[in-house]
Design a protein around this ligand. Structure first.
Ligand SMILES: *Cc1c(COP(=O)(O)O)cnc(C)c1O
Length: 376
């Protein structure tokens, strides 16, 4: 499909190309010096003590669940309004996902009250998802976690560069997971990062990432080791130097791109308020600074969403849905009987509009006008 305005687009230029070529010419492709540099830069940016680059955010989430030692019989509370990977990572350990509701039409993040209602003696952890990059109520969620002795994992796939109370997201929970998938705020194609400020977790994560081995191919190449022991059941969740090189360039562009995203969101809010006030643009006046990963709207109650999206498509404007909620999926129907009234309401009405740094101001106005035409 040749969209007039696509849902998202990457910001790649000659810098990315030459970074990749430099790696190819160096003849060292697996995790090594470039990955270490990327991790160091990422730690400095987020403010976390340890950053481990991995194959994708799903691997990061799985490693985080392993680090807190989840087992069959454990429960983990998370929103149903997220990408399925958030819940799958819990299930990889045999633990059970328990879905909490989101807060309101204006706040699509997990509700602290609903978290408290779902805590049982089996609850071990909470996974928060900062929807669209808008911070969850971390002060309250961390209080709840402390009171009930629960771990907190942040799914920061949307939230790279977001802040709350002057603290970057990725620093609130015990462990945080980022995605560099192609449609995220910075991309390496496939890729992810897990961060922590805890020495013990960092040690475990580095074992899980690479087969539980005590030394790496890179260490042996550098002459630091001849052999290794395997001390854990680990995985191969490594990134490679090509992706790490892309990550370093993309991280350098992130801050400016997030500023541009926030400016586009502000223009969207103004245009929608003026032209189609019956459409809700959630996260109005939300606390903190958002990475503005996506632009969700809620259509008026009773609007035929499929028809709306078809009409937008006919005008060359790509839209999407974030998300079909996890508890509606066939693979999840058996393990939950969640009652989530706010989630049920918003998932029928949510549509995601195009948002990416290279989008033009005029595109926002055109989209808002098209929404008016489609709804009237
Ligand atoms: C993209 C995404 C993931 C998965 O990231 P991958 O890097 O593709 O594994 C997990 N959670 C959320 C909320 C996401 O948006």
């Amino acid at each position: 499909m040749n969209w007039r305005i696509p849902l998202s687009d990457i910001d790649f230029g000659p810098e990315e190309t030459s970074a990749v070529l430099n790696v190819l010419e160096s003849r060292w492709l697996t995790m090594g010096g470039v990955t270490q540099a990327f991790e160091g830069e990422f730690s400095a940016y987020v403010g976390a003590k340890y950053s481990l680059a991995v194959a994708n955010c799903t691997a990061a989430l799985h490693m985080a669940c392993l680090a807190i030692d989840l087992h069959p019989g454990d429960e983990v509370i998370l929103p149903a309004l997220t990408f399925v990977a958030t819940a799958n990572a819990i299930r990889y350990t045999g633990a059970m996902p328990v879905f909490a509701d989101v807060t309101s039409e204006n706040n699509l993040n997990i509700s602290p009250e609903s978290i408290e209602q779902h805590i049982t003696p089996r609850t071990r952890a909470i996974i928060v998802v900062h929807y669209g990059g808008y911070p969850c109520d971390m002060p309250r969620i961390m209080d709840i976690a402390k009171k009930h002795k629960l771990y907190v994992i942040e799914d920061d796939a949307h939230a790279i560069g977001s802040e709350l109370d002057g603290i970057k997201l990725g620093n609130w929970g015990d462990l945080s997971c980022f995605s560099f998938f192609s449609n995220k705020n910075m991309t390496t194609g496939e890729g992810g990062m897990v961060t922590t400020n805890d020495d013990g977790f960092a040690k475990k994560l580095s074992l899980f990432r690479s087969h539980g081995m005590t030394s790496m191919t890179w260490d042996r190449h550098k002459g630091h080791a001849w052999s290794y022991d395997v001390v854990e059941l680990g995985y191969n969740y490594r990134i490679d130097e090509i992706r790490a090189a892309l990550g370093r360039v993309q991280l350098g562009k992130l801050e400016a791109n997030n500023v541009r995203r926030r400016s586009l969101v502000k223009q969207y809010r103004e245009a929608l308020q003026e032209l189609v006030p019956e459409v809700i643009a959630p996260f109005e006046n939300h606390p903190g600074i958002s990475s503005a990963h996506i632009m969700p709207i809620l259509l008026p109650d009773g609007t035929d969403r499929t028809c709306f999206m078809e009409n937008m498509k006919a005008q060359g404007i790509q839209t999407s849905i974030h998300y079909p909620p996890i508890h509606h999926f066939t693979a999840y129907q058996e393990i939950t009987n969640s009652v989530l009234p706010v989630t049920e309401n918003v998932v029928e009405r949510e549509v995601t509009l195009p948002l990416y740094p290279l989008m033009k101001d005029e595109d926002v106005v055109l989209i808002a006008k098209t929404i008016w035409e489609v709804l009237h």
